[in-house]
Write a protein that binds this ligand. Sequence first.
Ligand code: G3P
Length: 227
Amino acid sequence: MEFYVDIADMDAVRAVNEYFPIDGFTTNPNILTKANKPLSEMFGEYRTYIEETGQRIFVQVTADDADGMVEQAQRLHDYFGDRLVVKLPAVREGYRACKRCKAMGIDVCVTVVHSMMQALMAAKAGADYTAPYISHIDNIGADGVRCVDEIVKAFDRFGYTCKVLGASFRTVEQVEKLAVAGCHAVTITPETFDMLIAHPSTDVSMQGFNRAWHDKFGDNQVSDYLE
Ligand code: G3P
């Protein structure tokens, strides 16, 4: 399962990468508006990061028509190279751009997906990823987790290699349920990474280990006894 961090700030990406086994980071136009530096400077930092780590970066186009999307995809690909996945929206022009980008050898994620048919059409158009927005689906009275479960099953049934990238989470439970469903990838906030691995029973056990150790060996460390 692939894990991405959904944020624009490079320091935050680096901090998550220091602690967790991530595959890269994802951005969208909304996320990029929150950048606290000029975007051109941010993009330079992104390029350095993906070259250093070999991880992937997801960047969304901002054009409305397929010609503009494809032109931006080409320029983004020239700049970031093969580590780029270009995000195209699940709208008519986005699917058109998807077919063209794939013919040009550019990796694509069809994003802002809210239904099975949008995802299925992305896979058939050759997309490498498709990103259902779990909480947004919940908020329109449907079931985001069940939608992803059904998309994953449909992709398996038809033999599509397109990966499902779950996005827009509100709870750790949603992430867990996507893992159970066999969802190939998720993109989550830095805070969610911390919540994924937090467990009060682990903390209680660790307190027990520390107490027992210090009672017997004081401030010495286990490596102090290697002679
Ligand atoms: O990756 C998609 C995500 O950034 C959208 O999340 O729920 O904050 O709109 P949301």
